[in-house]
Design a protein around this ligand. Structure first.
Ligand code: WQD
Length: 351
């Protein structure tokens, strides 16, 4: 059974990917310093799969601690690297924290990949690398434009670093460029646990609907789009997770076309903010309390994916539509309200 190391395994996409890997026969370990997560999602994975996933509570910025995990696990076949800070707004306020955390972690990990000859490496990248595209939908060959935030810059630099390293070693890599991951596992045992006031649209919607926040703001309806609000490609987190399993299987089967293949992970459908809210109201039966406010600095008007390469090359099939994304997100918000004391007791805080 191939052993896969997932970094950021206690986080939103990491946990969903671990569940999918286990369901597809992989043995999985996690590295997560729990600075922005808790065991809560790993406990959910155990309920879902019956497997207790070992998490090494290690800060990847500490090279010696990171190296020790590889010394203890000489049978790691592949790595899926999620662990990074990912809040666009925070990255603008704290650029050095983002460059240090996201890049030092990656470099330490790649030093271990080199020393321990890990054959396969999958990187959590983002559509943010495209900046504000001139032509949509974007393909993997669409131009990489100047990053709109330090967060986006760390993803662009991360891709460059990985590409250079794999071209100089025997390791093969895949870069997965996510569009907007939303929703929760249909079992309602794992989902997103945002920290503090939610920056992203769907947690803002569900936290408003459940009363955790009094209302939410639609950041601008004066854009040149069909209803004036921004267009994004929302993609269910379980579809994103399964694409990672397919990527590892693709590498294990030596099907990769280059040392570093790139795939867009989006549905190919552009959805406006107001359409997303309408879909939520339809599945929840609740009228959402929102107001229209000014544009949010840094937002791009519209982006959505051409996902043909992932569909045809990885055999990726998207299972969840927008209503299912909203239905699972809403079910999860109600679930974590029931568990809020458990989550608080797990010291869910920034270290
Ligand atoms: C989506 C749309 C907002 C909140 C970023 C990163 C991306 C990924 C996801 C990490 C925008 C509008 C939002 C709200 C709103 N990051 N919105 N009111 O900015 O497209 O993508 O987060 O994985 O890499 O770039 O996602 O959900 O923040 O915003 O109107 O309260 O919803 O203006 O148009 P974004 P988002």
């Amino acid at each position: 059974m191939s052993k896969i190391l997932v970094t950021g395994g206690c986080g939103y996409i990491g946990a969903h990917t671990i569940a999918d890997l286990i369901e597809n026969g992989f043995n999985v370990i996690s590295i997560d310093d729990n600075s922005r997560s808790t065991r809560y999602l790993l406990d959910g994975i155990e309920k879902l799969t019956g497997k207790k996933v070992k998490n090494y509570k290690v800060d990847l910025k500490d090279y010696n601690d990171t190296r020790a995990v590889f010394q203890e696990n000489e049978d790691i076949t592949g790595i899926i690297h999620f662990a990074a800070y990912k809040a666009v707004g925070e990255s603008v306020e704290e650029p050095l924290m983002y460059f240090e955390n996201n890049l030092f972690s990656l470099i330490n990990l790649l030093k271990c990949v080199d020393e321990f000859n890990i054959p396969y490496f999958v990187f959590s990248s983002s559509c943010t690398v495209y900046g504000s595209p001139d032509i949509i939908p974007v393909t993997e060959q669409s131009p990489i434009k100047k990053a709109e935030s330090p967060y986006g810059a760390t993803k662009q630099m991360g891709e460059e670093i990985i590409t250079s390293v794999v071209n100089a070693t025997e390791t093969k890599a895949i870069l997965l460029r996510y569009f907007n991951p939303v929703g929760a596992h249909p079992s309602c045992l794992i989902g997103e646990l945002p920290i503090g006031k939610p920056a992203n649209l769907v947690p803002a919607i569900t936290q408003t609907a459940i009363g955790k926040i009094p209302s939410m703001t639609v950041y601008g309806t004066d854009y040149d789009t069909r209803d004036g609000s921004c267009v994004r490609d929302y993609i269910h987190v379980s579809d994103i997770a399964h694409a990672h399993t397919l990527a590892i299987q693709y590498l294990l089967a030596n099907k990769n076309k280059t040392n570093c293949d790139i795939f867009n992970l989006g549905t190919g459908n552009g959805v406006t903010v107001l359409e997303a809210i309408k879909a939520f109201e339809e599945v929840s039966g609740k009228k959402l309390n929102y107001q229209i406010g000014p544009r949010r600095p840094g937002d791009i008007v519209a982006i959505y994916a051409n996902n043909n390469y992932a569909v045809t090359t990885l055999g990726w099939q998207i299972k969840y539509d927008l209503h299912e994304m909203m239905r699972t997100a809403w079910a999860w918000e109600q679930k974590i309200k029931q568990d809020e004391e458990i989550i608080k007791d797990q010291k869910f805080q920034y270290n």
